[in-house]
Design a protein around this ligand. Structure first.
Ligand code: NAD
Ligand code: ZN
Length: 356
């Protein structure tokens, strides 16, 4: 299956399905100018599992270099960004070269940022390998973390194509399935009540996420993302709705130094919190909390400090004039932005964390 992504700066295809990776050479052959060489950026887990397969597919068709970095979101760092740039320079990549981002959202964001800034921007292709990456590989946000905050440094840089080979998902550990599934739930909550209801019905165990029903959910998630990004590529308006659950989610990840909890697991707590802030969605929030618990989403550590979380939320890119911006829902499919004084939100967050 192919989904066409349309943004003001670029249109490109998402090739999604079992063995979609076999399309890699034909996608590369259609690039103009033809790439002098490729730089494959991957992490050690994905490298161990899939690098040989990708190399076999490329074969002798293109020359390539490979850089493998450690796995983990704390590797979306200045150090690795610098290492990739140095490697690219040392290997003589030029402005015709193409970066292949083989991995989950961490690699996609890092490699996309490397590509977006190397010699003022070269082309890249996303080869996502996680469920979460149905979200991160589409839409052109790239970047790295700063110790002061997640995704603080980056550029908008759209890929030439996304090749989403869903056979790669078979090796995902359960907590990574949970992480990615949280973004699927996000897409459903903000834009597709039917998808939400059917997921609630059908996903009773995290391992139920496989085969055709997973493929359908990923397709739908990508379409929803496209509908939003095509209208607002650089987040002047409605793209902000995609941050549903992320204001608190990012703060949790930051407080835990991107370790011990996955992005999506943190966002899952953020979504339940956001739903608790409007009385119309409180019930949906409670149901979501119970459902997530039954799927094995971990509770938050009791050591989290409310005031530190609030401080991080104040530094969020969306915060304005000291007010914390949250995406809430009026009801399913009806997101809106709401601003909070830090003190008021602190009281609500404190109650929320105590009740958890
Ligand atoms: P990730 O890339 O760190 O992957 C999670 C873990 O799974 C890693 O340990 C990785 O090595 C391993 N892994 C990846 N693919 C595998 C496979 N097929 N089999 C076995 N193991 C595999 O994390 P992620 O959850 O994919 O992405 C999270 C990142 O995405 C965060 O940094 C987040 O900020 C970013 N993100 C970006 C956007 C965007 O629009 N750019 C959107 C959402 C999230
Ligand atoms: Zn996210």
């Amino acid at each position: 299956n192919t989904i066409q992504i349309t943004t003001p700066s670029k249109n490109y295809s998402v090739f999604i399905g079992e063995n979609a990776i076999l399309k890699l050479n034909s996608v590369l052959e259609n690039l103009n100018p033809s790439p002098k060489n490729l730089l494959i950026i991957t992490d050690e887990n994905v490298g161990r599992l899939y690098l040989d397969k990708v190399k076999d597919i490329i074969g002798e068709s293109f020359s390539y270099e490979t850089i493998q970095i450690q796995a983990g979101d704390n590797q979306k760092s200045f150090e690795n960004y610098y290492a990739c740039q140095s490697f690219a320079l040392a290997k003589g990549l030029d402005r015709t070269s193409v970066v292949l981002a083989l991995g989950g959202g961490m690699i996609g964001d890092l490699a996309g940022f490397v590509a977006g800034t190397y010699m003022r921007g070269i082309r890249f292709i996303q080869l996502p390998t996680t469920i979460l990456a149905h979200d991160s590989a589409v839409g052109g946000k790239t970047g790295i973390n700063h110790p002061e905050g997640k995704n603080m440094i980056g550029v908008f840089h759209q890929p030439e194509a996304v090749i989403y080979s869903t056979d790669f998902l078979a090796t995902l550990p359960q907590h990574e399935k949970r992480s990615g599934f949280a973004e699927v739930i996000k897409h459903a909550l903000i834009a597709d009540k039917k998808l939400h209801d059917s997921l609630r019905q059908n996903v009773r165990n995290i391992d139920d996420l496989s085969g055709d029903s997973l493929l359908q959910a990923l397709n739908r998630g990508i379409e929803i993302k496209n509908e939003i990004v095509s209208q607002d590529e650089t987040e002047k308006g409605i793209r902000a709705f995609l941050n549903f659950g992320h204001t608190l989610g990012h703060a949790i990840e930051g407080e835990l130094q991107y370790k011990g909890i996955t992005h999506g697991e943190a966002v899952a707590h953020g979504m339940v919190f956001a739903l608790s802030l409007n009385e119309n969605t409180e019930q949906i929030g409670n149901e979501l909390r119970n459902w997530l618990k039954s799927l094995g989403y971990p509770p938050l550590p009791k050591t989290l400090s409310v005031s530190s979380l609030i401080n991080r939320m104040k530094k969020d890119k969306k915060a304005e004039k000291g007010l914390i911006q949250m995406v809430l829902l009026k009801e399913l499919e009806k997101p809106y932005l709401s601003s909070y004084q830090a003190e008021n939100l602190e009281i609500k967050l404190s109650a929320f964390l105590n009740g958890n």
